[in-house]
Design a protein around this ligand. Sequence first.
Ligand code: FES
Ligand SMILES: [Fe+2]
Length: 368
Amino acid sequence: MKSTLPFRRTAESFSAAAKTLPQEYFISPDVFAIEQEQIFSRQWILVGHQSQVATPGDYILAEIAGESVIIVRDKGGEIRGFYNVCRHRGSRLCQEKAGHVSAIQCPYHAWTYSLDGKLIGAPDMDAGFDKTDYSLAAVSVQSWEGFIFVNLTEAAMPLAKWFATLGSKFSKWNLSALLPAKRIDYDINANWKLIFQNYSECYHCSGVHPELTKLSPSDSAKNDLYEGPFLGGFMKIEKGRSLTKSGNACALPIGDRDYNRVFYFSIFPNMLLSLHPDYAMVHQLWPKSPSRTLVSCDWLFNPDAFGRSDFNPDDAVEFWDMVNRQDWHVCELSQQGISLRAYQPGPYSARESIPAAWDEYYLSVMKV
Ligand code: FES
Ligand SMILES: [Fe+2]
């Protein structure tokens, strides 16, 4: 797959006769278990942005394929990952979703680990006990464009290699420098794949998102990534407008100051990356069951925008919170209908070429 293909309208990359996935992919606990094993236990999974662990001792937790992982910045500035499991009797170590610690101390018998995972305190153990035998179990953590990814496999493909086909495509947005202004967590009664499929088309926009459609014509999508694990392209924004409640830019620009486009990319398997002229929005998807998905949505801005009188992040947050909820509603309606016996795979429209491509890649991974 070449990184920079020409932009094509959605219909031009459509595989005719593509249909939606069979019912079992949305309701079967067996399929869900295979996904957790084949996808979430093996691929690079987005867990956050480096600004969330900005200083040594900052940590966040992630639950990946049922495993709790601590992502922490150590004293040398490196971001590390450890299973959230004490090497004494296995207690969970960190309990808050995010926090700051000078060392990781077990709440049970107070074994203490340094931020690079070494056991540095184990009260009253026998004389022959060697602390160097009981470091925390590490997991692979690497960053791409400032975003932190975790891979649970022992010999993970380097993240840079995974993203190599994209080259420097994203560097103009300077994503690693952005700072978050807001996170909203959503609990959605729909299969995680429905959320990807919904994100990847605007066939639904004129009916579901009247406010969005006023600012961004629903048939203006053009894509330059239309096969493989990374999919997407841009839609037009009406000249001089932005995707905000007011319709005006709400912060200093990020990226290349292309005011007439919003870029939407899905990064397999759990990241949605939406790049507006004046902010980035990032969704993390966390499948919890065949019919339930947790989504964290972060809004990130140019660091120079903060503190200025023209900085109004709520304008963007409130707009997309509204659009997000409109999307979750139709995803939940889809889940409800797909769960019934009358459901049969239906034909994708030519305007749904990206969901069809997403399904194709997903099935290729499930077959491995
Ligand atoms: S289980 Fe952690 S110190 Fe005992
Ligand atoms: Fe939508």
